[in-house]
Design a protein around this ligand. Structure first.
Ligand SMILES: Nc1nc2c(ncn2[C@@H]2O[C@H](COP(=O)(O)OP(=O)(O)OP(=O)(O)O)[C@@H](O)[C@H]2O)c(=O)[nH]1
Length: 294
């Protein structure tokens, strides 16, 4: 069984930085990691990738050949990848024996709630290669500083969850910067737990432009609350404890913590009930710099 993460989120939410930081962290706790770059718009990669979509299709070539803009070009690239899924499977096969996989996807959000190519690629890989993947959806934490943007982020997150149909963890990224956008109207828990969105209405009513859409906003918040699926964890990719806590969550969702244990009910309950206290803190970490190897 091969475990890994599908890293998605809007442009600039920190996906590439995440893949880099996460792979360094996982390496340090003893896992062999392979990063699969499926974002053809990723020009300068901070990490060494095991597989790069650029070797199959180049966004710049697609845009010229088919007279497409960057968004149309990306949709084309994902479509091309789906049609050539054999290429990706062949590239991944040598990694399946002992690697943990990180898939770095493009930030164009329409790929994850409108078009089906990216989802089809993931589904085919899961089925054919027997992968256990968790979707990690990054959302820039600064969106919490504006109630309207926060509600948009909730809707995007919900639609991505429903579209991908994977074990899913939503992350407020760059949490270290949250205070630089001013004091939040509520405690951070309010934004991570997504419990009672009616409080946001008071904030929105302060702005006459959003007060006009009071009913629409309420209905949208009701949709999010009724699904009762969205909540967030937080991440500062430069903080080892923050990354470690996220890894624990991800390991529970994709089943990594159960890998290699005896399939007996006793063994299973030991892991399920016990504190998840395994390899994460075994390794001495330096106080953080974004490069864990420093
Ligand atoms: N302070 C801080 N900055 C971060 C963090 N994560 C990412 N960044 C910064 O956010 C910016 C965008 O990060 P990227 O990793 O390029 O984001 P992306 O989602 O891959 O962007 P696209 O490829 O455009 O979709 C970079 O300047 C990163 O250094 C974080 O946890 N804390």
């Amino acid at each position: 069984m091969v475990f890994g993460q599908v890293v998605v989120g809007p442009p600039g939410s920190g996906k590439t930085t995440y893949c880099n930081g996460m792979s360094q962290f996982l390496n340090l706790i003893g896992r062999k990691v392979a990063i699969v770059n499926l974002d053809p718009a990723n020009d300068s990669l901070p990490y060494d990738c095991a597989v790069n979509i650029e070797d199959l299709v180049k966004l710049s070539d697609v845009m010229i050949e088919h007279s497409l803009g960057p968004n149309g070009g990306l949709v084309y690239c994902m479509d091309y990848l789906e049609k050539n899924i054999d290429w990706l499977e062949e590239k991944l096969k040598p990694l399946l024996k002992d690697h943990y996989l990180l898939f770095d996807f493009p930030g164009q959000v329409e790929l994850f709630f409108l078009h089906s190519n990216a989802k089809n690629v993931i589904t085919k890989l899961i089925k054919k290669l027997n992968l256990r993947l968790t979707a990690v959806h990054l959302v820039d934490a600064h969106l919490c500083s504006d109630p309207g943007k926060y509600i948009s982020a909730l809707l995007l997150t919900l639609s991505t969850m429903l579209h991908l149909e994977l074990p899913h963890i939503n992350v407020l990224s760059k949490i270290d910067l949250i205070e630089s956008y001013g004091k939040l109207a509520f405690n951070l828990d309010f934004y991570t737990d997504v419990q009672d969105l009616s409080y946001l209405q008071h904030q929105l009513d302060k702005d006459p432009r959003s007060a006009k859409y009071r009913k629409l906003t309420k209905e949208l918040c009701d949709v999010v609350e009724h699904f009762s699926l969205v909540n967030f964890t937080t991440l500062d990719i430069q903080d080892k404890e923050s990354v470690g806590n996220l890894v624990k969550l991800i390991d529970k969702t994709n089943g990594y913590i159960f890998a290699g244990i005896d399939a007996s009910a006793v063994e299973f309950s030991k892991i399920a009930m016990g504190a998840p206290d395994w390899d994460y803190y075994r390794y001495p970490f330096c106080p953080f710099s974004s490069d864990y190897s420093n």
